[in-house]
Design a protein around this ligand. Structure first.
Ligand code: SAM
Length: 212
């Protein structure tokens, strides 16, 4: 049934749906497996909910999952998932950029490769404000665009999907905080070195003035 709905929605609007069939269990699990310890998660383009169901399996009981889906027919199906942690929003991702940084993780199945450039760039810019962004694509060419926003971009290949897919896991890890900590440490170290030099010069002057 879900398969038929997916195909019929694809026929009506191929550029928006972007795939003839929903993601395989392998791909859905690979996507959902990236949430780690995330509590508040957003999903872009859940469709018939293949990835959504896997995210809900991984999410803690006190977690929340907000799904942003542009297609009202898919939203009707998603509303049937009986889970208090799930909130389905029938809207375009581009209208929902405000609080992205408040979520722990964003998972996206949007068909970015077939979107127009302006649309793709806007969605990547919105996603670039998230702490962790997980996106699947059927092409391996998205990395340079993601690198503009994220320090770490890892690509995982999932062959058991039709067609085989690439999962991009992008993060600005705690290392950002880590690197600022490192910077603070370095500054402290250079202050200590300067103080030691000053002290040595003072001691040298003191002894030369005594010995004169
Ligand atoms: C390739 S399908 C993925 C469906 C599902 N997540 C899966 O993996 O089987 C892409 C989904 O993104 C939705 N979509 C496309 N553009 C969107 C937008 N601007 N905002 C929200 N959803 C969008 C489509 O309606 C479709 O459900």
């Amino acid at each position: 049934m879900r398969y038929l709905k997916f195909v019929s929605e694809f026929i009506k609007n191929p550029k928006q749906v972007g795939a003839v069939a929903e993601s395989s269990g392998f791909l859905a699990r690979k996507m959902a497996g990236q949430i780690g310890g995330a509590v508040n998660v957003v999903e872009f383009g859940p469709g018939t909910g293949a990835v959504t169901r896997e995210i809900l399996r991984k999410l803690p009981v006190n977690g929340t999952l907000t799904c942003l889906e542009i297609n009202p027919k898919f939203c009707e199906d998603l509303q049937k998932i009986d889970d208090h942690r799930l909130k389905v929003v029938n809207d375009d991702v581009r209208n929902y950029s405000r609080h992205i940084e408040n979520y722990d993780c964003v998972l996206s199945s949007l068909p970015l490769a077939i979107f127009e450039k302006a649309q793709r760039d806007k969605i990547i810019a919105i996603s670039g404000r998230s702490k962790k962004f997980v996106q699947f694509q059927y092409t391996p060419f998205l990395k340079p665009k993601l690198k503009k926003y994220f320090d770490d971009v890892e690509i995982k290949f999932v062959p058991l999907n039709l067609p085989p897919a690439f999962v991009y896991v992008s993060e600005n890890p705690r290392s950002k905080t880590g690197s600022s900590t490192a910077r603070v440490r370095k500054n402290k170290r250079s202050f200590a070195v300067k103080a030691a030099i000053q002290f040595a010069m003072f001691a040298a002057n003191f002894w030369t003035s005594i010995l004169k």
